[in-house]
Design a protein around this ligand. Structure first.
Ligand code: PLP
Length: 809
């Protein structure tokens, strides 16, 4: 593909337009061009895909399977072109035929099969696995509706269904021959065999077909193409309606079919769940049963050895607890279908699974009703019960000192099945996603488990693919970096560190400034087009983009904006560097307070943006429908990266890494991966403020924080809360009462008031720093230089050597 030039690509496009679409270039739409380009890429990719599969099989590589309920992959045309080494040529070819490449790429529906960080992590990991030539694949669900599309109407979030498959999706291939049957409900019958072993038979189960759709995962400028396999639920249903009885049956089946298709219908829009639903449990089992059956089938096909050796060739990473039913599912198949004893099956199983923990928020630790599980998955429940029984007995007899802790360790306790406990007991590795997060797991949340299994626990700090988040999203910056330090950083992102040698070269810093400025102009134009608001591209672009959650504290950010507005009203002529506060966030539809915060941000925006007193020194922009594509537009233009979670709450964060890599300076708390950014760049290159995790955890344990004291003593705080309570922002004065009550009557559970003063002071520091251009630019380049550490290539390298023990092809 290296010889491919823009010219030959252009010829191919023109030819294919006619053969595939029956149109010449004058009649063609951007969508035609999109499909034609995708088809050209596919031809190239499918060759490599086939070769990769063959290689893994022939050479019997150990393979890793990444099981995740979410893959937030975003659009693929541009990244596939990039990874195939065709992106520049494609952009040029499109220009030659008079098409805007931005518009052509935008024809692809952004695949939003995830909520946020957890799903995006899975997508970045697949990109790195393929780019590093590791045999590693993703397994997920082909939801027909991804995360809802967000509209803002009169300041409120309105959710629309995201039916992303209206147009054919050019990257997927349906693989009927790989379909498997999944069984729900029914009865389990036990027989004793002559040799005394037990046999289990399932009757009256509801059978559902899982049909995979494969998406190629293209490595960067190598020949590796791995697979993202997404399962779709279908019925095993026949349509013959000759007699009345058959006719009736047809409609019953239709109903049944509908309920089956629901299994891969919707992505649950809760990233730290508010309610569990049976359908969600069905989805989880559907994913794991299909995946495990598939993995075993391929193991048998590729390796002529007993399943006892499974762990030599297969390792399965479970992304959070959602896929942890894979553990009893593998036990079930090994025992009930392959005739393994419990002991043998358990030995295999606990050498195959590794578990990633993503949260310590107690409301997000997954549990299921015992009854629901027993009813939906009777055999799986029996196995979990037995795992639990043996685990608890083990503690009782071998760890007398822990006997009284059994209720907090047991997998089944108080009529609930605790998924994290199941995942820990059934895996050989348990990892947190940033250093502080892993430490909190070991010292607090999972302390007893850590004492039981110290060798299982390890840290793997999250990462992001620098290919999508720098090369693709910010090509001008990438080119400039290559001009300065050569192209080696692209394959070895840690080499970005060579930028440090140049971080005082003022001519060069001017060039970085210019790129950032151009990026800001592009975003300003986009904002103008979509929201009709003019923003000054010389203002500070202060960005907070992430799911809306109390712990992420968008509220603290908007309180600061209100404070600045109040200051300007009081003192209209004060000198202030113009600022543009940019927000992007979806709230789970059932999360009332989160939606109130969205409303508040939009309400403040509608006042501030149009008040003549402000004189354009302050703009508030809420960008609707935050997703991967929007992130790619905003991040290259960010000056300040708001990472202001209540310390101890953000497991890692990855938005912080994306913005650092694009030269934004972090204004944040000592939480998640911010701490590791701080290790690298130090106080002098970022803006740290607020309570530490130890202080927060201490307050939770021992009390001593009284939000009302701050309200009573800090006039700035009192003013803002009173404005909320008195309806100064809002059509009626009850609009934001819940926010007010949550802070003053529920004692501000996320310490917004407690950190408020430090936050203001830190913003003042940042504003002053921004005025000293050369110093700011030096800080910015220093951040880019150190960001290579957060490439997911680095993270995947660590997973591969420490956990998976897999080799590069
Ligand atoms: C990176 C990313 C996230 C995660 O952002 P955090 O700031 O780490 O919470 C969420 N959503 C999208 C679309 C992303 O690209």
């Amino acid at each position: 593909m290296k010889e491919l030039t823009a010219n030959t690509l252009k010829e191919q496009i023109l030819k294919k337009l006619i053969t595939d679409k029956g149109r010449d270039v004058k009649e063609a739409t951007s969508k035609d061009i999109y499909y034609v380009l995708a088809s050209i890429v596919n031809e190239e990719v499918k060759q490599r895909w086939f070769q990769t599969r063959k290689k893994y099989k022939d050479e019997k590589y150990k393979e890793v399977y990444y099981l995740s309920m979410e893959f937030l992959i975003g659009r693929l045309l541009e990244s596939n072109l990039l990874n195939c080494g065709m992106l520049e040529e494609a952009k040029e070819a499109l220009e030659q035929i008079g098409f805007d490449y931005v518009e052509v790429f935008a024809q692809e529906h952004d695949a939003g099969l995830g909520n946020g960080g957890l799903g995006r992590l899975a997508a970045c990991f697949l990109d790195s696995l393929a780019s590093l030539n590791y045999p590693g694949h993703g397994f997920g669900i082909r939801y027909r509706y991804g995360l809802f599309e967000q509209r803002i109407i009169h300041g409120n979030q309105v959710e629309l269904p995201d039916y992303w498959l209206t147009d054919p999706y050019p990257w997927e291939t349906r693989k009927e021959e790989e379909a498997v049957v999944i069984q729900f409900h029914g009865d389990v019958h036990m027989h004793k065999r002559n040799d005394g072993a037990l046999e289990f038979e399932y009757q009256n189960t509801d059978k559902v077909m899982a049909v995979p759709y494969d998406i190629p995962v293209v490595g960067y400028e190598n020949d590796t193409v791995n697979t993202l396999r997404l399962w779709s639920a279908e019925s095993i249903f026949q349509n013959n309606t000759d007699t009345l009885e058959e006719h009736k049956q047809f409609y019953r089946d239709l109903d049944h079919e509908h309920s089956i298709e629901q299994i891969s219908g919707f992505l649950y829009p809760d990233d730290s769940s508010y309610e569990g639903k049976e359908l969600r449990l069905k989805q989880q089992y559907f994913l794991v049963s299909a995946s495990i059956q598939n993995i075993l089938k391929h193991f048998k096909l590729n390796n002529k050895m007993s399943l006892r050796h499974l762990a030599e060739k297969v390792v399965i990473q479970i992304n959070d607890t959602h896929p942890s039913l894979a553990i009893p599912e593998l036990m079930r198949i090994l025992m009930d279908e392959e005739g393994f004893s419990w002991e043998k099956a358990w030995k295999v199983t606990t050498n195959v699974f590794a578990y990633t923990n993503h949260t310590t928020l107690s409301e997000a630790l997954e549990t299921w009703s015992m009854e629901m599980m027993q009813n939906l998955l009777p055999r799986i429940y029996m196995i979990i019960d037995e795992i639990n029984e043996r685990f608890c007995k083990g503690i009782w007899f071998d760890h007398e000192e822990l006997r009284e802790k059994i209720p907090e360790l047991a997998i089944i306790a108080h009529d609930r099945v605790h998924m994290a406990r199941l995942a820990i007991v059934g895996s050989f590795s348990v990892n947190g996603v940033a250093r502080i997060h892993t430490e909190i797991l070991k010292k607090q949340e999972m302390k007893t488990f850590y004492n039981l299994f110290p060798d299982k626990f390890n840290n793997k700090t999250n990462g992001i693919t620098h290919r999508r988040w720098l090369l693709q999203a910010n090509p001008k910056m990438a080119d400039l970096i290559t001009d300065v330090i050569g192209p080696q950083w692209i394959k070895r992102p840690k080499q970005l560190i060579s930028l440090l040698k140049h971080s005082n070269d003022s001519a060069l810093l001017e060039k970085f400034d210019q790129v950032k400025h151009e990026n800001k102009k592009v975003l300003a134009n986009y904002i103008h087009q979509h929201l009709g608001i003019t923003v000054d591209e010389r203002s500070i672009f202060d960005v907070q983009i992430k799911r809306l959650h109390e712990y992420k504290r968008q509220l603290l950010n908007i309180f600061h904006v209100i404070y600045l507005y109040n200051e300007l009203k009081e003192n209209p002529n004060q000198d202030m560097t113009p600022r543009t506060f940019i927000f992007g966030a979806k709230a789970a539809p059932s999360y009332h307070l989160a939606k109130e915060v969205i409303k508040l941000i939009n309400t403040v925006a509608s006042i501030v943006n149009y008040d003549p007193v402000v004189k354009d020194r302050l703009k508030v922009i809420f960008m609707e429908n935050y997703n991967v594509s929007l992130a790619e537009k905003i991040i290259p233009a960010a000056d300040i990266s708001e990472q202001i979670s209540t310390a101890s709450k953000e497991a890692s964060g990855t938005g912080n890494m994306k913005m650092m890599m694009n030269g934004a300076l972090t204004l944040g708390t000592m939480d998640g991966a911010n701490i590791e950014i701080h290790d690298l760049v130090g106080d002098q290159n970022m803006f740290i403020f607020g309570l530490t995790a130890d202080e927060v955890l201490n307050y939770y344990q021992h009390g001593g924080y009284h939000a009302r004291d701050i309200y009573n003593t800090d006039d700035r705080v009192k003013r803002i809360l009173d404005q909320l309570n008195q309806g100064e922002f809002g059509a009626h004065n009850i609009e934001f009462k819940d926010i007010y009550y949550n802070i003053l009557y529920h004692n501000d559970p996320y310490f917004v008031l407690k950190d408020f003063e430090a936050y203001l002071e830190t913003h003042e520091l940042a504003e002053r720093a921004y005025r000293d251009r050369m110093t700011w630019l030096n800080m910015s380049v220093t951040n880019i230089a150190y960001s290579g550490k957060f490439s997911s290539d680095q993270t995947i390298q660590e997973y591969a050597t420490d956990i998976w023990k897999i080799k590069r092809v």
